[in-house]
Design a protein around this ligand. Structure first.
Ligand code: PGA
Length: 265
């Protein structure tokens, strides 16, 4: 794991923008895995700004989101379809036919999950997967105890996740209890994972994911096993990391040729 600690959320988002841009300049037909929630919003603003001001193009990019609530109409303001349209898709030159989210209203959820996996495979697999992390260490909606080899399927949200998302719905009673999420195993097959975290409330989950044991009780800890995983976190989210001085030392001492921020590699 590469661990990058930035002073605040804005710097974290800028750095994540550099990371995605480096991938995009190397592979204009990038298959990009996207996440929802408040964490990637700064990154999405960065990408929109770079598209607007510098002409960074997403015209050949294919996207796959991690998850979608079950039972919310796609045009519901809190559906992840709406979230992605508002926070990113309408601000870029993406081809709408190449943006994908699971259909939480599919009549046959199991068939929808299988079709989603097949679509990812048909696109050649995810190159770069952007991830947030839940307070309980979930990635996507893979709550604790999710199989570390799980595939796209229906999951029941934990009470903690429902409480955390209540702020978007105006009350916990309005948050759907189920979602379709890609699995930990699906995420694991991305060529590269980029996990973002900000704020002290994520410090425990970040510490468990990076320095804790590999366990299904913290699904993000599976990333320890991934060949190419970068975490970009702000100082507040890094406070629980025992070896944070070491991670800074490693990152600051990287030779130029190894720094994706400088080389775009
Ligand atoms: P958040 O959610 O970015 O809104 O904190 C992250 C997650 O639950 O994965």
């Amino acid at each position: 794991m590469e661990i990058v600690i930035k002073p605040n959320c804005e710097a974290m988002s800028h750095c994540a923008g550099d990371f995605v841009e480096a991938w995009l300049s190397r592979k204009p037909d990038l298959v990009l895995g996207l996440a929802t929630g408040s964490t990637p919003l700064g990154l999405y603003r960065e990408l929109a700004r770079r598209h607007r001001d510098s002409g960074l193009s997403f015209a050949r990019v294919t996207t796959f989101n991690l998850d979608e609530y079950i039972g919310l109409p796609a045009d519901h303001p809190q559906s992840y379809h709406s979230f992605m349209r508002e926070s990113l898709f309408r601000r870029l030159d993406l081809d709408p036919r190449r943006t994908h989210l699971p259909d939480g209203n599919a009549a046959d959820i199991a068939a929808e999950c299988a079709a989603y996996e097949a679509a990812i495979r048909a696109a050649g697999g995810i190159d770069l997967q952007v991830l947030g992390i839940g307070h309980d260490g979930h990635i996507g909606f893979n709550e604790p105890s999710s199989s570390l080899r799980s595939r796209t399927r229906i999951k029941t949200l934990t009470e903690q996740t429902i409480r955390a998302n209540a702020r978007f719905f105006g009350g916990a009673d309005k948050v759907p209890h189920h979602a379709i999420t890609v699995g930990v195993g699906t995420i694991f097959e991305a060529q590269c994972c980029l996990l973002l975290a900000t704020g002290t409330e994520k410090a425990g989950a970040v510490a468990a994911a990076v320095e804790g044991p590999l366990t299904a009780m913290c699904p993000a800890s599976a990333l320890q096993f991934h060949e190419f995983c970068t975490l970009i976190v702000d100082e507040a989210a890094a406070v629980g990391l025992k070896r944070r001085d070491y991670y800074r030392y490693v990152y600051d001492g990287k030779p130029d040729w190894q720094q994706w921020e400088k080389t775009g590699a």
